[in-house]
Write a protein that binds this ligand. Structure first.
Ligand code: TMP
Length: 212
């Protein structure tokens, strides 16, 4: 049995990753590929419980290191119980956020550092990396309008951080692409969902041609 492919969608808040994950999974499925669509933090009962702790934290919230450890713990459970078994069974996995979110949010914007986040990932998830990471980018002004429409005044503990934190997140993602261009496809997400979906299908086309 051929091992499945692992595709992660990454980007800041309100860039349309969740919609695009669903559209991508549906298109792959239509093409006869067995697909698991999942998200982080989450994707297993344990990781979903950690998600609630992270996004709606008790007391005065988590420090940056505790936050990075919790994301790594959630990811470890998700990798062990959902992602690896699916890939081993020949299924493709489409994941709404993965390691690079921890690198950008906790490592970059949170100041924990890339080495620490990568070390936690080695411990928790044996360093598993996606076959391809789609970085969906939308200009900040357009994102602000989308988020106001989607969330109104409500946002979670991390999404609600200030503009400079989210600018650091965006800068971190861009840096990762510069450092490892082969790992990423940058997708211009500033278009109608169907158009962005077409761009994503073009970006993943090489994976459809490569045997596992
Ligand atoms: P979501 O709204 O895209 O589901 O993600 C939840 C929030 O968690 C979002 O603000 C990004 C943040 N996040 C991190 O800070 N680090 C991570 O490793 C992941 C997966 C998400």
């Amino acid at each position: 049995m051929n091992r499945g492919k692992f595709i992660a969608l990454e980007g800041g808040e309100g860039t349309g990753k969740s919609t695009q994950s669903r559209l991508l999974a549906a298109a792959l499925q239509e093409g006869g590929i067995d697909v698991v669509v999942t998200r982080e933090p989450g994707g297993t009962p344990g990781a979903e419980a950690i998600r609630s702790l992270l996004l709606d934290p008790p007391g005065d919230g988590w420090g940056p290191r505790a936050e990075a450890l919790l994301f790594a713990a959630a990811r470890s459970d998700h990798v062990e119980k959902t992602i690896l078994p699916s890939l081993d069974a020949g299924k493709w996995v489409v994941c709404d956020r993965f390691l690079d979110s921890s690198r950008a949010y906790q490592g970059g914007a949170g100041g924990v550092g890339d080495e620490v986040v990568l070390a936690l990932h080695t411990i928790g998830s044996k360093g598993l990396r996606p076959d391809l990471t789609l970085l969906v980018q939308v200009p900040p002004a357009r994102v602000a309008a989308r988020l106001a429409e989607r969330d109104g005044d409500t946002s979670d503990a991390i999404g609600g951080r200030d503009a400079s934190y989210h600018a650091d997140v965006a800068a971190s993602f861009s840096l990762f692409v510069e450092q490892e261009p082969g790992q990423f496809a940058v997708i211009d997400g500033d278009a109608a969902p169907e158009e962005v979906h077409k761009r994503i299908m073009a970006a993943i086309a090489p994976l459809l041609d490569t045997p596992a």
